[in-house]
Design a protein around this ligand. Structure first.
Ligand SMILES: C[S@@+](CC[C@H](N)C(=O)[O-])C[C@H]1O[C@@H](n2cnc3c(N)ncnc32)[C@H](O)[C@@H]1O
Length: 223
């Protein structure tokens, strides 16, 4: 077939040249070599960017807790406890208030390279207390139940038990709930803690081995 002969001739020409031209072969090797290096670099970039993405902060998780929402929890913690706040910088009101009332606080945060999912807390912590990232509710509670320490996490209550995965997890574990008389207005900037434009969230403290009853009701006083 003529087209087959042409294709064979073309390939022969391209790779070997009409007279086994050494330079032509060298150039082809260089071109292929460069393309390969570029491909390897692209692969490396993809891997590196993926690694960086895990420590990117999700803007939907950046809502901070006002003092009045933390206040009702304080009376349930044993005095002079050692508390781990795993989603908190030094600016967090959890950290500030817990220290103010005499607890020793260990605060860790993704932004400081401390990922809740891989960080190993000291074995002598008494409580784990915080407001976790909303986008990772199942993963957060799953790890908390596995760690097995008493905890209190402030979370939006709407839809909390609706996902099948979360339903199963909560059905299999003991926990308590602190329910408030008012919704909570979170804020977006520690330097300017005015309520964010979002509507206030109906929130609860979901706790383990911390409250005296499976459900307690608390009044909050918004300032
Ligand atoms: C809803 S905010 C609450 C912040 C603080 N606990 C408070 O109440 O003001 C959740 C925080 O967890 C951080 N975060 C998200 N994923 C994390 C992870 N894997 N490990 C540690 N912190 C994380 C977010 O960057 C965010 O600042």
């Amino acid at each position: 077939m003529r087209w087959q002969i042409n294709a064979n001739e073309w390939l022969y020409e391209a790779f070997w040249g009409t007279k086994n031209d050494l330079w032509q072969r060298v150039s082809l090797c260089i071109i292929f070599g460069k393309a390969r290096t570029k491909l390897d670099k692209m692969k490396l970039d993809l891997i590196t960017n993926k690694a960086e993405k895990t420590i990117e902060l999700n803007p939907n998780d950046e809502f901070y807790t006002p003092n009045y929402a933390i206040m009702p929890l304080l009376k349930y913690l044993k005095p002079n406890s050692y508390v781990w706040c795993p989603f908190d910088t030094e600016e967090s009101n959890f950290v500030k208030m817990l220290k103010e009332v005499g607890h020793k606080v260990l605060n860790t945060h993704l932004g400081n390279g401390e990922d809740f999912f891989t960080y190993e807390p000291p074995t002598n912590i008494d409580y784990i207390v915080s407001n976790p990232p909303y986008s990772l509710k199942f993963e957060v509670f799953d790890r908390l139940f596995k760690i097995g320490k008493p905890f209190a996490m402030l979370v939006g209550v709407v839809g909390l038990f609706e996902s099948q995965k979360r339903f199963n997890m909560f059905a299999e574990n003991d926990f308590e709930i602190m329910y408030f008389n008012k919704r909570i207005s979170y804020f977006k900037d520690y330097g300017d803690p005015k309520p964010s434009l979002n509507p206030p969230f109906s929130s609860v403290f979901l706790t383990k081995d911390l409250l005296p009853h499976q459900i307690v009701f608390e009044l909050i006083e918004k300032k």
